[in-house]
Write a protein that binds this ligand. Structure first.
Ligand code: LLP
Length: 431
């Protein structure tokens, strides 16, 4: 489903004119479509209908409470990576018993908190962590449910900062040694072996690496099931989305509604690649999608402040900065930039779209062909629903932007814009 489209010359999210959002709540503001998030969740859920499965939304992608609540109400579980995320999920009405707790560096406090709340499973990334969990569970006199994260050593072509499934990075336990760690786990009195987990990377745009990784761990799953009664296999997240759209030469529109499928590869092709190897395993399947559910469901709405013609280039300076959306600076990632007022016959020109932060890395586009943008007009930085707000900072003492959720023709602030007073809250003088 594609919730962002032009109607009557204005860019809308569902039935809401984005300029009405800017008028009511200012800019920069993240705007999310509830309908899109639920549609993506339901389509994935339906495609896997024949399997005993649980979709654990990766809360790190967008952990706004209203977004978590939407998914909790839709029936999702959650993949969490910190005590803070567990707290948010619970505050949003999610259940700990449907949460998997991942991450390479869980603290004793986080482990204890997750045990107290009763998470579904800890995804364990090292033997040292396993021992620590065993020790903390002993103090509570409980058995901690665990899955080991195996590194299947599969190459998934994506940005090097978000590829995780090869032997060269810090994640998981080598596929050659993981059986030995399971044996060690089976001897720990406060550990209960529950699953096997893997995650090969993020923004993967083909189904092949997923199927390949499942194929690689399938023999392990069978053996673990026989030996220890393994209950589940988590195949991680990583399904990619479409960030880049070519100018539609047919209609000449800068932004056009493709309708239908929003994934880089379709839910159907993903499902048909992964279902055959999973079907025969006879264990429950967990998935941890983040970006796929929320990425295309959000935009960062920003206003053009100044247009500056320098000697060699034209700069369009907007009121959002790299502190609000860091993906272009950090990963050279592409976000479409779309005027809220439909550009029509405006002439195209090549510009840099930059923010107000004092860094040359503070850009959203470089040398990009865009319709001529005018001072004061609104533009949307598209596909910013995942890893957008959650990676924001207060750099340059810029307050966090607001977040707005749209449902049909209605919208509401789901996180207020920070104030200057918020910026210094908790700071103390020491004289
Ligand atoms: N499971 C595990 C163990 C993960 O590490 C991740 C993401 C996910 C699931 C969810 O992945 P997704 O379905 O969203 O691809 N900040 C980067 C992405 C970092 C992803 C980290 N791990 C970005 O903006 O592209």
């Amino acid at each position: 489903m594609h919730a962002f489209h032009y109607a009557d010359g204005r860019l809308r999210c569902e039935d809401v004119d984005l300029s009405a959002v800017a008028e009511a709540h200012g800019t920069p503001t993240y705007v999310y479509s509830a309908g899109t998030i639920l549609d993506h969740y339901q389509r994935l859920d339906a495609a896997l209908g024949e399997l005993d499965h649980l979709i654990c939304y990766a809360a790190k992608a967008n952990s706004n409470r209203a977004v978590l609540r939407l998914l909790a109400q839709g029936g999702a579980g959650f993949d969490i990576v910190s005590g803070g995320e567990l707290y948010r999920v619970l505050a949003a009405g999610g259940e700990a018993a449907r949460c998997t707790f991942a991450g390479v560096g869980k603290s004793p406090e986080e482990i204890d908190y997750a045990l107290a709340e009763g998470v579904f499973s800890f995804n364990v990334e090292s033997e040292a962590e396993l021992e620590e969990i065993n020790r903390i569970a002993a103090a509570r006199d409980v058995r901690a449910p665990i899955a080991l994260r195996v590194n299947p050593d599969v190459e998934a072509s994506t940005h090097k900062y978000i590829s995780t499934g090869t032997h060269e990075n810090k994640f998981g336990i080598g596929i050659d040694v993981v059986m030995r760690v399971y044996e060690a786990a089976s001897r720990m009195p406060h550990i209960r072996i529950r699953g096997l987990q893997m995650h090969i990377g993020s923004q993967i745009t083909e189904a092949r690496p997923f199927a390949e990784a499942i194929g690689k761990v399938a023999p392990l799953v069978r053996e673990l099931k026989e030996r220890y009664g393994l209950e589940f296999l988590s195949i991680g997240g990583g399904m990619g989305i479409v960030y880049k759209r070519a100018l539609d030469s047919g209609t000449g529109k800068w932004w056009h509604d493709h309708g239908g499928e929003e994934s880089a590869f379709s839910v159907q092709s993903y499902a048909s690649a992964i279902l055959p190897p999973l079907r025969s395993l006879g264990v429950r399947v967990l998935l941890e999608p983040g970006r796929f559910l929320v990425g295309n469901a959000g935009v960062l709405l920003t206003r053009v402040r100044y247009v500056k013609q320098a000697a060699a280039k034209k700069f369009v300076i907007v009121d959002a900065g790299m502190n609000d959306l860091i993906r272009p600076a950090l990963y050279q990632s592409h976000h479409e930039i779309v005027p809220v007022t439909e550009p029509g016959e405006r002439r195209p020109e090549n510009v840099d779209v930059v923010g107000p932060v004092c860094e040359s890395g503070d850009f959203f586009a470089q040398d990009r062909e865009l319709p001529e943008l005018r001072e004061g007009e609104l533009v949307a930085l598209m596909s910013a629903g995942a890893y957008g707000f959650v990676m924001a900072s207060n750099y340059n003492s810029r307050p966090f932007p607001a977040e707005v959720l749209v449902r049909g023709g209605r919208f509401a602030v789901v996180r207020e814009r920070q104030t200057y007073a918020d910026l210094v809250r908790g700071e103390r003088d020491f004289v």
